[in-house]
Design a protein around this ligand. Sequence first.
Ligand code: G3H
Ligand code: 13P
Ligand code: NA
Ligand code: ZN
Length: 328
Amino acid sequence: ALISLRQLLDHAAENGYGLPAFNVNNMEQVQAIMQAADATGSPVILQGSAGARSYAGEPFLRHLILAAIEQYPHIPVCMHQDHGASPAVCARAIQSGFSSVMMDGSLLEDGKSPASYDYNVRTTRHVVDWAHACGVSVEGELGCLGSLETGMAGEEDGHGAEGALDHSQLLTDPDEAADFVEKTQVDALAIAIGTSHGAYKFTQKPTGQVLRIDRVREIHARIPNVHLVMHGSSSVPEDWLAIINSHGGDMGQTYGVPVEEIVAGIKSGVRKVNIDTDLRMASTGAIRQFLVLDRKNFDPRKFYKAALVAMKDICAARYEAFGAAGMA
Ligand code: G3H
Ligand code: 13P
Ligand code: NA
Ligand code: ZN
């Protein structure tokens, strides 16, 4: 059944677990997530970016998610719009049947330039007003995502501020978070605590703590009824990185957020954990490996299947680690 983000995350908060929110663009991703959720008994957040809608086409993306709901009627599914860059993008998602939207007013509509606090409050409040009238949940974002190691937003062509950021922008301020929530009435809030989008988060293998979990606790204490969201939460699996690099790929050496740090975040109040890069890497690695190992194959179903299995394994591992297994 299709349900709102508020309903899903209220249940997660009551039961002390976190939910991975996986980005989807095609059928294999949707099937991998649903099969993993079915096998582990987990609720599901499927999130589509504006980029996903333009890749698949709005009707195809919508029907993929409706197909998931039809095939798995016993699993609660939230259909969430990721990183809405403007109220208009959020309006189109609501028209398309999404049960939750993210209005990312931390950046201007170009998705690159940091926006003023007033702009963020104004655009987010605007979206909340009519999203709530439609029974749709809203996620806002406060602070600039960026690695505390590199000071960079991460992705070059994705979402995130351009260039180096100063340290104060890289952490969400708890007082500002309380004010933002009061003014906007968002259901969920994405916070900056040291994560960044994409595969290039850390240049050194994380040994100690790489995220500011203390800051999660401070923010959670101020806004206990708003569900905290961690973007940029891919772990950049070392095994898939090695497979990509040894089968014709060239991603270099890089590190992501250790799963244990995410689990510490969940213990401190994080309820939604955004993951895209890990599934991109699993499918790329599985396809590269399959094509090298079976050079006579020309039936794409074979390598799409390999990609699906690789993504499903990661999804199932995250459902288990975040405590969502058995909660559907
Ligand atoms: O944070 C963004 C997600 O990774 C989605 O990326 O806009 O390329 O679909 P996308
Ligand atoms: P990753 O790039 O770490 O997978 O983050 C995805 C994300 O935050 C989508 O909104
Ligand atoms: Na989102
Ligand atoms: Zn994100």
